[in-house]
Design a protein around this ligand. Structure first.
Ligand SMILES: Cc1ncc(COP(=O)(O)O)c(C=O)c1O
Length: 441
């Protein structure tokens, strides 16, 4: 017997990502429109966006210049083959993006997501070592609690157990640094915690264990986002850079969240003054409007590929939609808007009132830590005994009912509003969180 066909308005056909599907479909939450700082729900309510969608709509929603650029591009050139052909918007965007990157990370490879950017960077690292006569350097080092998307490469270097477990075995020749969070030493931190720079020395131990000649690259999020906002301790990234240089290891910053103003500069690399060898990007690149990612690669790394014999393909890698015309148009418009409205500087200026508003939650029921940097906050709640994640999820639902969109990862609330947020809206977001914390068990 064949299964009955899904009915058009049936919610069952859509297998939703990273979602408790059964719970959602029993009580759906849907948005139907967005503008500026707000979403409109299907039942006619307004939701203030405390999370820039999923850390991506940095310029706010439905911004005219971006919308119109996408519309124009769709009418003019809908698609262009990405292999052995090009179109002007991709070259223009690459040049514009390259100019925003630190150091000489001015070679740009386009992808369609953060996950693809991560896998691309890991592949470039391995291919580079092969090309330069160090083919034994295959090992990839990630970090506990790291999130690098959901491809097998990103999962393998990632360090969130629930994301990894169902998909074992992952890539071989991978190891992990310890994460950088220790509440006893770092609680209630504003900006970078003073304690913990020495944790980077764990890389030296991995080098001892595996031999530097087996290690291709280290990948870290400068600020770990999805695990619940872990800010790098003072000196930590600097020390990683020094150790990577010492041992011939490539350093990759996964800036899928931290790129495009979240910390008050174009990149975390710029804000922290530490230049990696590659930066992975996505999300804010198009302000979330069209899927797009990119890897910014140090020029001398790419030179190795361009110095190979012959006239053939230098890197056997790419996607049908690499540099998609609509994504390029959206990204060009978004990057221009960031500059025209000086949004990264705005985020830097708002960092203090933001931190003040978040840290005012100290002493509230359930709150066991608060962490802020740029326009990001982690609000860590004490988990309910025997029910980890439930208190966080209830806080999320109650905030939604009260008209504020927050994000929770387990029992940690992660906030990251669009960079156009006003101080009144900051107050509304934090007042709502405070009221909800008071009312939930
Ligand atoms: C640091 C980091 N890397 C990679 C990804 C994956 O990006 P995507 O969901 O676009 O594949 C994310 C997504 O949140 C991320 O935060």
């Amino acid at each position: 017997m064949t299964a009955p066909a899904a009915r058009p308005n049936d919610l069952s056909a859509y297998w939703m990502p990273f979602t408790a599907n059964r719970r959602f479909k029993a009580a759906p939450r849907q948005v139907v429109a967005a503008s500026g700082m707000t979403y409109a729900t299907d039942d006619g309510r307004t939701l203030l966006d405390g999370t820039a969608g999923l850390w991506c709509c940095n310029a706010g929603h439905a911004r005219r210049p971006i919308v119109e650029a996408i519309q124009r591009q769709a009418a003019a050139l809908d698609y262009a083959p990405a292999f052995q052909m090009g179109h002007p918007a991709a070259f223009r965007l690459a040049a514009r993006l390259a100019a925003m990157m630190p150091g000489t990370l001015d070679r740009i490879f386009f992808t369609n997501s953060g996950s693809e950017s991560v896998d691309t960077a890991l592949k470039i690292a391995r291919a580079y070592h092969q090309l330069t006569g160090e083919g034994t350097r295959r090992r990839l080092i990630g970090r506990a609690r790291g999130y690098h998307g959901v491809g097998f490469g990103g999962l393998s270097v990632g360090g969130i157990p629930a994301n990894r477990r169902p998909f074992e075995a992952l890539l071989p020749e991978v190891d992990h640094l310890p994460h950088t969070y220790d509440r006893a030493h770092q609680a209630w931190s504003r900006g970078r915690p003073v304690w913990g720079g020495h944790l980077a020395d764990a890389l030296d131990q991995l080098v001892q264990l595996h031999d530097a000649r087996t290690i291709a690259a280290v990948i870290v999020e400068p600020v770990a986002g999805s695990t619940g906002v872990l800010v790098p301790p003072v000196g930590y990234l600097e020390r990683l850079r020094t150790l990577c240089d010492r041992h011939g290891i490539l350093l990759i910053f996964d800036e899928v969240i931290t790129g495009f103003g979240r910390l008050g500069g174009a990149t975390a690399a710029e804000v922290f003054g530490v230049v990696p060898d590659m930066i992975t990007l996505a999300k804010g690149l198009t302000s979330g409007t069209v899927p797009m990612g990119a890897v910014a690669v140090r020029r001398t790394l790419q030179d190795a590929f361009m110095a190979t014999d012959g006239q053939g393909i230098e890197l056997f890698h790419g996607y049908t939609y690499s540099g998609h015309p609509l994504a390029c148009a959206a990204a060009e418009a978004a990057l221009r808007l960031y500059v025209d409205e000086d949004l990264f500087a705005r985020a830097a200026t708002l960092a203090t009132p933001w931190a003040d508003a978040v840290h005012a939650l100290k002493g509230r029921r359930h709150v066991i830590d608060l962490r802020t940097i740029g326009l990001v906050a982690g609000i860590e709640l004490e988990p309910r005994s025997g029910a980890p994640g439930e208190r966080g999820f209830e806080a999320y639902l109650r905030c939604f009912e009260r008209g504020v969109l927050i994000r929770t990862t387990g029992d940690i609330i992660a906030l990251s509003p669009p960079l156009i947020v006003s101080t009144d809206q900051i107050a509304q977001i934090l007042d709502t969180v405070a009221a909800v914390l008071d009312e939930i068990d």
